[in-house]
Design a protein around this ligand. Structure first.
Ligand code: GRF
Length: 206
């Protein structure tokens, strides 16, 4: 059974979706810790309710990003997780952490990458005028939302959509995509070949 640590900065609805999937046995793993950079994150309450320890490294209490990242790296090493799941973790992962946990760290982004990376993917989609938007689960590398793609789910952009309505429909897909990707990782069914991630058939799972 894989040990999973979740990094979240706020609401934590993706964290909750993964907790729910775990509770009905859809993921062969256990969440061993929530790591957050925000002492006010609602995700902390979700962790409490689920009996999961929350490790709070309140970003605003740090003098520099370097000092924060040093503590985060130590905390991540200490939890000894097989998988780190960024679920609405709103900071760019530093190079040292990205390198240390390469292949063991995933993120969800509310756009169909490589379009609209960075902040406000849904707003960027509306402003650009695309007809199809969606979400992407990908491995974390040293770039911004640039690691190998595991899963994507698409939603149609409707004529009367605004950022909020589109974000809501994308979020519904995020709540499906993220538990699915975590389950595949935990079943050792993801094989990374360069930029491509192959999803191995269930039968290959030992
Ligand atoms: C999601 O839209 C996710 O794609 C993005 O931040 C949002 C987090 O939502 N990275 P939540 O905290 O999981 O509810």
């Amino acid at each position: 059974m894989k040990r999973i640590a979740v990094l979240a900065s706020g609401r934590g609805s993706n964290f909750q979706a993964i907790l729910d999937a775990l509770s009905v046995g859809k993921i062969n793993g256990e969440i061993v810790a929530l790591l957050t950079d925000n002492r006010d994150a609602y995700a902390i309450q979700r962790a409490d309710t689920a009996g999961i320890p929350a490790i709070v490294l309140n970003y605003k209490d740090y003098d520099s990003k370097e000092a924060y990242e040093r503590d985060l790296l130590t905390a991540m090493q200490d939890v000894e997780a097989d998988l780190f799941v960024c679920a609405g973790y709103m900071r760019i992962i530093g190079s040292e952490i990205a390198r240390e946990f390469a292949g063991k760290m995933i993120n969800i982004h509310p756009a169909l990458l490589p379009a609209f990376s960075g902040l406000h993917g849904q707003r960027q989609a509306i402003q650009y005028g695309v007809k199809i938007a969606g979400c992407t689960v990908h491995f974390v590398d040293e770039g911004l939302d640039s690691g190998p793609i595991i899963l994507q789910k698409a939603v149609e952009v409707l004529d009367d959509d605004d950022e909020d309505s589109l974000s809501g429909r994308i979020l519904e897909q995020e709540h499906l995509a993220y538990p699915e990707a975590v389950a595949l990782f935990c079943a050792d069914r993801l094989q990374v070949c360069g930029r491509r991630v192959r999803i191995l058939p269930e039968a290959n799972n030992q």
